[in-house]
Design a protein around this ligand. Sequence first.
Ligand code: SF4
Ligand code: SF4
Length: 63
Amino acid sequence: MQRKRAFINPNICDRCDICPSQANCPTKSIVREEKGEPWYVDVQCIGCGKCTRLCVKQAITLV
Ligand code: SF4
Ligand code: SF4
């Protein structure tokens, strides 16, 4: 079975400057190019699901 990865819906993400999901990701997989942009999930995500519980807008799902 293929491992799931986190997905941040850019239409829901509030672009928080301090993103608790990003701050607590064990693989530092939540990134963005510039301040003010939505965060996105990079390839090294291990699908642990921690970020889904910490997002303030429920913008993250495992897919
Ligand atoms: S906490 Fe959720 S809504 Fe806020 S920046 Fe992070 S992913 Fe986006
Ligand atoms: S599922 Fe785990 S590894 Fe993937 S982005 Fe969320 S906290 Fe990071």
